[in-house]
Design a protein around this ligand. Structure first.
Ligand code: AMP
Length: 416
C-alpha cells in the first residue's frame, strides 16, 4: 500500500503546500521520521543528502508551531536548525518558506556569515518562529546577548557529521548547553559512527534511531575514474570532456579557492562560459551565482566543496572532480550534485597517478571500486608503474563518452 502525505500529516495547509511543490508521495526518510517527530520524541536519523530529509524535519516542526502556541514569552526562536554551511541554511530557509507558504505569520531567518549583522539583529528583536544558523554565527549572536532560548521547542541538527568535520563540535556543545532540557532534538547525519554518535547520544534523550538506505531515488550516476600524469594532462582531459555537447550544466570541483579561481580564468580564456564559487567571495555574489545556476544561466561552475554544499539544480548533468576530495565523504556530496530529481548524471574523477591513496579512501568509504577509464591517445603513461597487476577482471567496454563524438573512444580499463 502506498503511503501518502495525508497518512503522515493531519494538516491541510502543509498538505496543500506539499502538493504545490509537486511531491506526490513521501520519501522513505519522510515516512519513517514524520510520525515519530510529531509525537515529540527525539530522533537520530541516518540519511543522505537528496533523501528528502529537509521536509522530514521541517514539516513536523511547522505542524507543531502552527498547532500549538508557545507557552513562553520573549523573542527567541521556537525552532532552531543548525547546519554546516550558509548555502545549506539558505536552501532550508527557502524550503521552510515554501512549506509554510500558507502561514502568513511565519517568521524565519538565516543566521549565517556573509550577511550583515544589522539585519540579523533587527530580525532577532521580534518574536521569531524558525532560525536556521551556522554554529559560528549563532555563537557570535549569543555572545552579544541577542539569543534567548527560553521559547526553544525543537532543535534540529542537519548534516551533523559535516558540522563535526568542519570543527564545530565545541561550538555545538556550547550552544546546546544553553538550551532548555525539555526541548525536542532531531539529528540528521549521513553517518552515526564515532564522534557523531557520541554527540548524538549526549544531546538527545531516548532518541529513536532511524537508518535510511542510501538514496535509491537518485537517478543513476555513472562514475568514471581517469588517471592523469600531471596537472597539464588533467587540464587536457577536462578540456576534452567539456567539449562534450551532452553537458547541460556541470560543476567542476577543486580543493582550493586559488585553484578554483585559476581554473575558472583559464577555462574562460579558452572560451568556456565558466563561473567560480568559493567561500571567500562576497555573499551577494555567491547568491547571485547560485541563482543563475538554478535558472540555467550558468553552464560551467568551478566550485570548492563548502561553497557547493546544498546545490540542488536538476539540470546538472556532469560533476568533475578536478581535484580529488581530501575527505572521502565529500566525494558522495560532490557527485550527489548530479543525478537530481531522478535524472541520470555522470561523475568524472581525475586522479593524479600519485593520488592512489585518495582513490582508495573514497572506495573504502563508498564500499565499491571506482571503474577506471581511459581516452584513446590520452591515457596516463605513468599509470602502469602504479598499477598492481592483480584482479584483471575486465569491465564492460564503453563505446563512447558521447555518441556525438566518434573520433576518440573511451575504454574502461579494469576494475582494480
Ligand atoms: P533534501 O534531501 O531535503 O535536500 O531533498 C532533495 C530533493 O528532493 C529536493 O529537491 C526536494 O525538493 C525534493 N523532495 C523532497 N521530498 C520530496 C518528495 N516527497 N517527493 C519529491 N521530491 C521531494
Amino acid at each position: 500500500m502506498t503511503i501518502l502525505f495525508k497518512d503522515l500529516l493531519d494538516h491541510s495547509a502543509l498538505l496543500k503546500a506539499v502538493a504545490d511543490m509537486g511531491y506526490e508521495t513521501p520519501t522513505p526518510v519522510q515516512v519513517a521520521s514524520i510520525p515519530v517527530a510529531l509525537t515529540g520524541q527525539d530522533l537520530c536519523v541516518c540519511a543522505q543528502t537528496g533523501s528528502g530529509k529537509t521536509a522530514a524535519f521541517l514539516l513536523p516542526a511547522l505542524a507543531r508551531i502552527s498547532q500549538q502556541r508557545s507557552t513562553q514569552s520573549g523573542n527567541g526562536m521556537r525552532v532552531l536548525v543548525l547546519v554546516p554551511t550558509r548555502e545549506l541554511a539558505l536552501q532550508i530557509e527557502k524550503n521552510a518558506q515554501s512549506y509554510g507558504q500558507y502561514f502568513k505569520w511565519l517568521r524565519t531567518i538565516s543566521l549565517v556569515g556573509g550577511t550583515s549583522y544589522g539585519l540579523q539583529t533587527r530580525m532577532l528583536s521580534k518574536p521569531i518562529d524558525l532560525v536556521i544558523a551556522t554554529p559560528g554565527r549563532l555563537l557570535d549572536h549569543m555572545r552579544q546577548g541577542r539569543i534567548d532560548f527560553a521559547r526553544l521547542e525543537i532543535l534540529i541538527l542537519d548534516e551533523a557529521d559535516r558540522m563535526l568535520d568542519m570543527g564545530f563540535v565545541d561550538d555545538i556543545r556550547q550552544i546546546t548547553a544553553k538550551m532548555p532540557k525539555n526541548r525536542q532534538t532531531l539529528l540528521f547525519s549521513a553517518t552515526m559512527d564515532g564522534v557523531v554518535g557520541k554527540l548524538a547520544k549526549s544531546i538527545t534523550h531516548q532518541a529513536k534511531r532511524i537508518d535510511i538506505e542510501r538514496n535509491e531515488e537518485h537517478g543513476k550516476i555513472d562514475e568514471q575514474l581517469y588517471y592523469c600524469d600531471d596537472i597539464r594532462h588533467k587540464k587536457r582531459l577536462l578540456n576534452y570532456f567539456l567539449r562534450d555537447i551532452a553537458i547541460d550544466q556541470a560543476i567542476i570541483f577543486t580543493s582550493t579557492k586559488i585553484m578554483c579561481e585559476d581554473l575558472t580564468d583559464e577555462l574562460y580564456q579558452q572560451g568556456y562560459p565558466a563561473y567560480c564559487l568559493h567561500g571567500d567571495m562576497p555573499q551577494s555574489w555567491r547568491n547571485r551565482t547560485l541563482r543563475d545556476l538554478h535558472r540555467g544561466k550558468i553552464k560551467i561552475l568551478v566550485a570548492t566543496d563548502v561553497a557547493a554544499r546544498g546545490i540542488d539544480a536538476e539540470r546538472i548533468t556532469h560533476v568533475f572532480n578536478f581535484d580529488l576530495p581530501r575527505n572521502a565523504e565529500d566525494y558522495v556530496h560532490r557527485i550527489g550534485r548530479t543525478g537530481r530529481a531522478g535524472k541520470n548524471g555522470i561523475a568524472i574523477s581525475l586522479a593524479d597517478v600519485r593520488e592512489n591513496i585518495l582513490v582508495h579512501k573514497i572506495e573504502r568509504y563508498i564500499e565499491r571500486q571506482l571503474l577506471e577509464f581511459e581516452i584513446e591517445g590520452m591515457a596516463s603513461t605513468r599509470r602502469k608503474k602504479h598499477i598492481k597487476p592483480k584482479n584483471q577482471q575486465k569491465s564492460p567496454k564503453r563505446n563512447n563518452f558521447n555518441q556525438s563524438r566518434k573520433n576518440k573512444s573511451i575504454k574502461s580499463k579494469k576494475s582494480r
